[in-house]
Design a protein around this ligand. Structure first.
Ligand code: C5P
Length: 231
């Protein structure tokens, strides 16, 4: 995959106007956007339709955790909008994951990804919610469960990528958020790494948010990330 398509820019914006301004600024540089709960709630589904109409690929990151019937409905609704990747929460178990995979079959090319453990969580956070395993063990457990349920891939922190690539094999899609360029402060990332390190370790794509979206010049920042991925 070419470096441009390996970069997914997270449109973590609180309004349609802010999202449009960024997409306009990035123009042809960026081809893939992540839409999450904030923007979807603030702007509604038209933001997705319009991105697709502009030729962009959309990763809808809703981390679905509901009864399987409702998850399937949400996946179908996303597919109808033209979404090409969607996330479910692995903590919801196999039922949710299989329901999402089954629903996505109606939309050729749509991929279901499982979030294992959010990158801001530590072993202590897992203990707090009654999970006795370490983050590493839980990530691997949920990733294997996701693969068994037919999911196309997982979301993985930079530091989990290598282990997951070995465990899931070459065909799994591994998408890595929580990345920062070297020299940047790791913000709220508990297990950070650079985009280059993530791709080198086996990630298929990286999600880059504030590094690009809060930069004084998002186009320059995007190019810096892309250059860091160019062999
Ligand atoms: O930190 P950044 O702005 O690059 O975040 C981009 C995306 O990465 C966010 O939309 C969020 O979903 C994800 N992220 C994450 N874990 C974090 C921080 C961000 O999964 N600790």
């Amino acid at each position: 995959m070419d470096p441009t398509s390996q970069i997914i820019v997270a449109l973590d914006c609180d309004s349609r106007a802010a999202a449009d301004a960024l997409v306009e600024q990035l123009g042809d540089e960026c081809r893939v956007y992540k839409v999450g709960l904030e923007l979807l709630t603030a702007a509604g589904p038209d933001v997705i339709k319009d991105l697709v109409a502009r030729g962009k690929e959309v990763f809808l990151d809703l981390k679905l955790f509901e009864i399987p019937h409702s998850v399937a409905g949400a996946v179908r609704a996303a597919g109808a909008l033209g979404v090409s990747m969607i996330t479910v929460h692995g903590m919801g178990g196999s039922g949710i994951m299989s329901a999402a995979v089954e629903a996505a079959r109606e939309f050729p090319g749509m991929r279901v990804l499982t979030l294992t453990v959010v990158t801001s969580m530590s072993d202590a956070d897992l203990t707090d919610i009654g999970v006795g395993d370490t983050v590493d063990e839980q990530v691997l457990r949920l990733a294997r469960l996701a693969q068994k349920a037919g999911c196309h891939g997982v979301i993985a922190s930079p530091q989990d990528v290598a282990v997951l690539r070995r465990a899931l094999g070459p065909d799994a899609l591994i998408i890595t958020p929580g990345v920062t360029l070297s020299g940047e402060s790791p913000a709220d990332h508990a297990r950070p790494g650079t985009p280059h390190a993530a791709i080198t370790a086996g990630a298929s794509r990286v999600v880059v948010g504030r590094t690009v979206t809060r930069a004084a010049n998002p186009v320059t920042a995007f190019r810096v990330v892309r250059a860091s991925l160019t062999p």
